[in-house]
Design a protein around this ligand. Structure first.
Ligand SMILES: [Zn+2]
Length: 293
């Protein structure tokens, strides 16, 4: 599932390649993917891509619509990948048989196509086409907490945001608390900060808040930097995530060498180092597992 660093590099690479491009036509093979009706997706024909931004784990594709014939209109396509979506730029247009296609923005002057795809059987990824001035009111965006990166909240602010009787593992992934972190990067951040995923946010000391602030900033920023050095278009379906703890259970901790442990859930896994994070305790208890849902 793409998280802040993956959405950031995608917005950056695809934005650089498509800014200034004119849309020939916009189609939605995923019938339920478009959640707005006015303005219609078809009104994007003739619009120019003004840039692609990221907010949390969402994309904001800014479009200058209108043009010489009509009044200018600043629109934004809000794109939410949910758990299995990808935003990709292709040199050739999608085959009608491509069942992963949800929304297609066909670019004029060639065969290029900006494509929202979704893997798996569920159709949950969505887009909303809105007037740009109304984007801040979109309910998912309006409910997002502060960005985890690059303007990571300072330690005091972070401590206040996390001052709740819920475990850090849950709080850090709650987009209303802080936006951009998901199941992969939360394991890395808590490992870097040497904090137990089960520790309650309200129990954080000032020193621990500083550690978690640094871990958020350095791990997410480090990932973006890694992608900037290693990725180019076309972005692969599966990004090579530079993870050292998440999904590395059974391997030695990169800091102390202790075997990394995991708690398994129905469709994901939480990984941690018992020596660095949980005072030697191995947390496999099902009751603890339920607490983290
Ligand atoms: Zn360790």
């Amino acid at each position: 599932m793409p998280e802040l660093p993956e959405v950031e590099i995608t917005a950056s690479l695809i934005g650089a390649a498509t800014t200034g491009a004119v849309i020939e036509s916009a189609l939605a093979p995923g019938l339920n993917a478009v959640k707005t009706f006015e303005p219609p997706l078809s009104s994007l024909a003739g619009a120019t891509i003004a840039g692609i931004r990221r907010r949390g784990k969402l994309f904001l594709v800014d479009l200058d619509a209108g043009g010489p014939a009509g009044p200018p209109a600043d629109l934004t396509l809000v794109v939410h990948l949910m758990s299995a979506g990808r935003l990709q730029l292709f040199a050739k247009r999608a085959s009608l048989k491509d069942r992963t296609s949800r929304v297609l923005l066909r670019l004029a002057g060639g065969e290029r196509e900006l494509r929202l795809r979704e893997f798996g059987t569920k159709q949950r990824a969505w887009v909303k086409l809105m007037r740009r001035e109304a984007v801040g009111d979109e309910e998912t965006l309006a409910a997002l907490g502060p960005e985890a990166w690059p303007q990571t909240p300072d330690a005091e602010r972070l401590r206040a945001l996390l001052d709740q009787p819920r475990p850090l593992y849950t709080l850090l992934r709650d987009q209303h608390v802080i936006s951009g972190i998901g199941r992969s990067w939360v394991d890395e951040i808590l490992h870097s900060a040497k904090l137990s995923p089960f520790k309650r946010g309200g129990d954080l000391s000032s020193e621990e808040a500083v550690a978690i602030r640094e871990a958020i900033h350095d791990r997410l920023g480090g990932a973006v930097e890694y992608y900037e050095q290693t990725l180019a278009l076309p972005i692969p379906d599966k990004l090579p995530l530079p993870l050292t703890v998440h999904r590395h259970n059974g391997e030695p901790c990169p800091r102390c060498g202790t075997t990394l442990e995991a708690v398994f859930y129905e469709d994901y896994v939480m990984c941690y180092c018992p020596y660095c994070q949980t005072e030697g305790k191995v947390l496999k208890d099902r009751r603890l597992s339920r607490l983290l849902k």
